[in-house]
Design a protein around this ligand. Structure first.
Ligand code: PEP
Ligand code: MG
Length: 325
C-alpha cells in the first residue's frame, strides 16, 4: 500500500465525478516541516502555534518567533500555511503562565478568549507572523471563535499590526487571509456577516464534536461513544457547508477525522472542499477519494438518512464493499 500511496503523490484527489478535494497537512513542530515536501500536501491547513510555546520554559520572544515562522514559510516553498494563533488553556497549559483553577477548562478561559482578554500575546504573535511573511502571502486563523464579534475583534488586532508595520515603512504580507476555526456549534448559526467577513472557515472537528455530542474528547469512557457519521452530526456539517457556499467562503476540516478515509470521503461529499490531516493520512485518503464518485456517496448518505438510520456508516461501508478494487 505504501508504494501505491507514493505513486499518487503528484496526483490530485480527484473523484470519479471530477471534483477535486484539496488535501493539506497539520503541523506544529519544526520536525514536521520535511513532510510538507514528502507527503504530497498542497499546504499546511493547520499550524498549531502553541506547540512552540509548550516546548519552552519561558515565553518566546517576538523576533525568535518571527524567525521560526519564516522557516516554516520557507519550508512550505510558496504553499499556503494557515497559522493558528495560540490555543492554550483546556488541555494545553503553559508552564510559565499562572494556572487557572477552572472547573471545566475545555469550556473555560482558553484560546481566543485569552487572546482577546490579554491581547499582548496575540499582538506579539501577529507582529511575528507579519514580519516573517515580509512580502509573501500570510494566512492566519483564530481558534475557538464562538461569535461574530470575537472574530471581528481578533481580526482587528491583526489588521492593526499590519497597518502599524506599514506605517513604520516595513514590508507587509503580499496578501493577508484571515479565517476562523469553527469549533463551537453556536458559530454555525452566526449572522451572515460572519461568513462574509471570514476569508475561510476551518472546522476543528475534535472540539466541535466534543461540544456537539457533549462528550469530553479527553475522556476515554465517552470520547468514541458517538459516531462521526451519526446523522445529527452530518446534518450539522451540511448546514455549515451550505452557509459557506451561500457566501462563497472556502471551507476546510482540520480535526483528526479528516485523516480517516471513510469520514474524509463523507465530508468531501458534503461539499467540504479542503481536508487537513496528519501527513501519513494523505495517501490513504487520496486513494479512496480517487476511487469514488462523490455524487454516489451523497446519494448513499441521503438514502440512509431518509430511512431513519442513526449513523450512515453501515450503509456507506456496505456500498464501499460493492466497489471494484
Ligand atoms: C480541533 O479541535 O479539531 C482542532 C483541529 O484543534 P485542536 O485539536 O488543536 O484543538
Ligand atoms: Mg480545537
Amino acid at each position: 500500500a505504501q508504494e501505491r500511496y507514493a505513486s499518487l503523490r503528484g496526483l490530485p484527489a480527484q473523484s470519479k465525478c471530477g471534483s477535486i478535494t484539496r488535501l493539506y497537512m497539520n503541523a506544529g513542530l519544526m520536525a514536521d516541516l520535511p513532510s510538507i515536501e514528502g507527503s504530497g500536501a498542497e499546504g499546511v491547513g493547520l499550524f498549531r502555534t502553541e506547540l512552540q510555546f509548550l516546548i519552552r520554559n519561558q515565553m518566546p520572544k517576538r523576533d525568535e518567533l518571527a524567525r521560526l515562522y519564516a522557516r516554516v514559510m520557507d519550508a512550505a516553498k510558496g504553499r499556503p500555511v494557515a497559522f493558528r494563533t495560540l490555543d492554550i488553556g483546556s488541555d494545553k497549559v503553559l508552564p510559565y503562565m499562572k494556572p487557572q483553577d477552572e472547573p471545566n477548562p475545555a469550556m473555560g478561559w482558553r484560546a481566543i478568549r485569552v487572546g482577546l482578554d490579554k491581547p499582548g500575546v496575540l499582538q506579539m504573535q501577529a507582529q511575528a507572523l507579519i514580519r516573517a511573511a515580509r512580502g509573501r502571502p500570510l494566512t492566519v486563523m483564530f481558534p475557538f471563535i464562538t461569535e461574530l464579534s470575537e472574530f471581528t475583534q481578533a481580526r482587528d488586532v491583526v489588521l492593526k499590526q499590519r497597518d502599524r508595520e506599514a506605517a513604520l515603512g516595513r514590508p507587509v504580507p503580499e496578501t493577508l487571509k484571515i479565517g476562523a476555526m469553527l469549533e463551537t456549534p453556536s458559530l454555525a448559526f452566526a449572522p451572515r456577516a460572519f461568513f462574509d467577513l471570514t476569508d475561510f472557515i476551518s472546522i476543528g472537528g475534535n472540539d466541535l464534536k466534543q461540544f456537539f455530542f457533549a462528550a469530553d474528547r479527553e475522556n476515554e469512557r465517552v470520547r468514541r461513544r458517538y459516531d462521526t457519521l451519526n446523522v445529527s452530526f452530518l446534518r450539522f456539517l451540511a448546514t455549515i457547508s451550505d452557509r459557506c457556499r451561500e457566501s462563497d467562503t472556502p471551507l476546510s476540516f482540520c480535526g483528526e477525522d479528516a485523516g480517516r478515509p471513510v469520514e474524509a470521503m463523507c465530508f468531501a461529499a458534503l461539499g467540504i472542499g479542503t481536508l487537513s490531516m496528519r501527513p501519513a493520512s494523505i495517501g490513504p485518503v487520496k486513494a479512496l477519494l480517487r476511487q469514488v464518485d462523490l455524487r454516489e456517496v451523497r446519494a448513499v448518505m441521503q438514502s440512509a438518512m431518509d430511512q431513519g438510520a442513526e449513523s450512515v456508516r453501515p450503509a456507506i461501508l456496505g456500498w464501499l464493499a460493492t466497489l471494484p478494487e
